[in-house]
Design a protein around this ligand. Sequence first.
Ligand SMILES: [Ca+2]
Ligand SMILES: [Ca+2]
Length: 203
Amino acid sequence: MNARYGIGSMDYTTDGPSQRYHREYWDAVFGEGKSQISKANQDSKEDNLYRINEYAMRWCYYQLNLFGDPTIDFFKHINNSPPMAPLIAGEINGKVGESYDYTFVSIDPEDNDIWYYIDWGDKTNTGWIGPYDSGVTITKSHTWSKQRNYTIKAKAKDTYCAESEWGKLEVTMPKNQQVSNMWFLRWLENLPILQRLLEFIWI
Ligand SMILES: [Ca+2]
Ligand SMILES: [Ca+2]
């Protein structure tokens, strides 16, 4: 995809300007899962931006043009399946203001690495986190600030960006601890009266 010849190293090593773009191109494809030719080409430029003012880097940047269909995908014809919807486990009956741990796990049929996206149901999310090994349980904690029911949702994607269905877990954060404690204290205060009442009946 060089529109010109490109430029190699002046001292006969394999670390010339064009080779830096070349390396980052294949790093995008195999290392970052960007298997579309346009995305890999763009990523090779972005990952070399920090050295754009070095010898001939800018010149190579401008002559690295994409010819053909930018959506062509190296792995399109590989038989790939998305990971299964993540299983979510953890406290489903908690209190607001307290932090709870939740576990997430998914398995990819081809054993590809997995990224997770967790939506806590309160308009906050983790974004894509990973990569993790297929089948390895990860733990994330969360604190809710309002009393209500929430649906935790999580989806997984593999190294080829194939996304799973959503996994879901309904949780209830009904009362804060103070309210239930106060009810319990009042009940204790009334206990001596209850005892006397019981004695009176039995005698
Ligand atoms: Ca890269
Ligand atoms: Ca897969």
